[in-house]
Ligand binder design. Structure first.
Ligand code: ADP
Length: 404
């Protein structure tokens, strides 16, 4: 394993039964990934798998654990002890955490203090499936690494620039005032992609851009001059496009029907909308786009058709919000790889200036529009971890300067 001479940052993305993490070293102005890992809990089994920057497995461990040992605290101690063994000299100055919700107050990453943590706890009702675990990751990291600065990076922060019409629902004002707003998510991915576009095509990046983040979670975002002006996701990460297992945009009357006529409980509806809908619900057998594309079952084709249909609707809507469009960017597992989805999403889109180069598209090239296309279309590999690491180091430096 290569030695590490410079400052390092660890990024953490804690879910209910997994923690994704990465170790970056600052080399000149860039951040070099040395390790990318996943700690997960499957029943009583706790697994830890770590790969190097090139994707080769460098550590793998499994063990049975009594279920009363808290997963996050224990996993973070194991990650720390692996790091101490594998990179004993690494100078880890800060840990950056992905936090799904920053509410209305956090438009930028924040150094974690007791007050910030309290703020984030108050937002749990707005993201009950993610926020408690993100917080458990922070609390565990503070315990395991008491001398390392902890930084929270928010998925909502990038969208705080939304104008009022894209921030509100048409509900009584007091609900807006208490936080029932269109927050938007996937912000760290949009921010990374926006910065990358600035390197690849600065003129386009300064214009009107629609980014489609299409992974297991999927959303689209309209960006003007680098700032988010509208997003397909709203109050929660359920709205907008259909996803692997989430429904996407839904008439609220359906929820009323499920409650009133089918007598479903809130928990049952949560399970239906988050875990049994989307591509899985429509196809009846898979949430994985690769499997759907390979299948000849008509339900699989209909699931893809619905996915594409919603992308097209959203693209038209966001182009109208921006009053025209200079660039489209695809990212996420589907956006970066599924050329069939891109081809179908962009078919007949000449009216917004898009002319696809089918050959480049099928080869997943960086630019997939033709030379003549007025609107340029890009495929960019997103990297939320790198964005978290950048923010974390920048905030750490700003804090150190202030303290000096
Ligand atoms: P997450 O939101 O969990 O980070 P990803 O961004 O990894 O998800 O995206 C996962 C999705 O990308 C899955 O539906 C998967 O099938 C799809 N995907 C990954 N690689 C390909 C590929 N080569 N062709 C088509 N779809 C792909």
């Amino acid at each position: 394993m290569s030695a590490i001479a410079n400052r390092c940052v660890i990024t953490l993305n804690a879910g209910s039964s997994s923690i994704k993490f990465a170790l970056f070293e600052e080399v000149s102005d860039a951040l070099k990934p040395h390790a990318v890992g996943l700690a997960e809990m499957a029943g009583e089994e706790r697994r830890l798998t770590i790969r190097d920057g090139a994707g080769e497995i460098i550590h793998q461990a499994k063990r049975q654990e009594r279920s009363d040992v808290p997963f996050h605290a224990e996993a973070l101690r194991r990650i720390l002890s692996w790091r101490q063994g594998a990179f004993p000299n690494a100078n880890v100055v800060a840990a950056g955490h992905r936090v799904v919700h920053g509410g209305v107050n956090h438009a930028a990453p924040a150094l974690v203090t007791d007050a910030v943590l309290k703020d984030l706890e108050a937002l749990i009702p707005l993201a009950p499936l993610h926020q408690p675990y993100n917080i458990a990751g922070i609390v565990g990291a503070r315990e395991a690494w008491p001398h390392v600065a902890q930084v929270a990076c928010f998925d909502t922060a990038f969208h705080r620039s939304h104008p009022y019409v894209n921030d509100t629902f048409a509900l009584p004002r007091e609900l807006y005032d208490e936080g029932v707003r269109r927050y938007g998510f996937h912000g760290l991915s949009y921010e990374y992609v926006t910065r990358k576009l600035r390197e690849i095509a600065p003129l386009h990046a300064a214009g009107r851009v629609v980014v489609a983040h299409l992974g297991n979670g999927a959303s689209m975002c309209a960006i003007r001059d680098g700032l988010s002006v509208a997003s397909s996701m709203g109050f929660t990460a359920l709205d907008g496009l259909p996803m692997g297992t989430r429904c996407g945009q839904l008439d609220p009357g359906v929820v009323l029907y499920l409650m009133q006529e089918k007598k479903m409980s809130a928990d049952e509806i949560v399970d239906l909308l988050y875990k049994r809908s989307g591509l899985l619900g429509l196809s009846g057998f898979s949430n994985d786009m690769r499997e759907l594309l390979a299948s000849e079952r008509p339900e699989a084709q209909q699931a893809i058709e619905y996915f594409v249909f919603r992308i097209r609707r959203e693209l038209g809507g966001l182009a109208a919000v921006l009053k025209g469009i200079d660039a489209i960017v695809f990212c996420g597992g589907i956006g970066e790889n599924a050329w069939q989805v891109r081809e179908r999403a962009l078919e007949g889109m000449e009216w917004i200036g898009v002319e696809l180069d089918r050959t480049s598209n099928r080869a997943n090239e960086e630019i997939i529009s033709s030379e003549r296309s007025r609107t340029r279309v890009f495929v960019v590999k997103t990297n939320e971890e790198a964005m978290i690491a950048k923010h974390t180091l920048a905030l750490f430096d700003a804090q150190s300067r202030r303290a000096a």
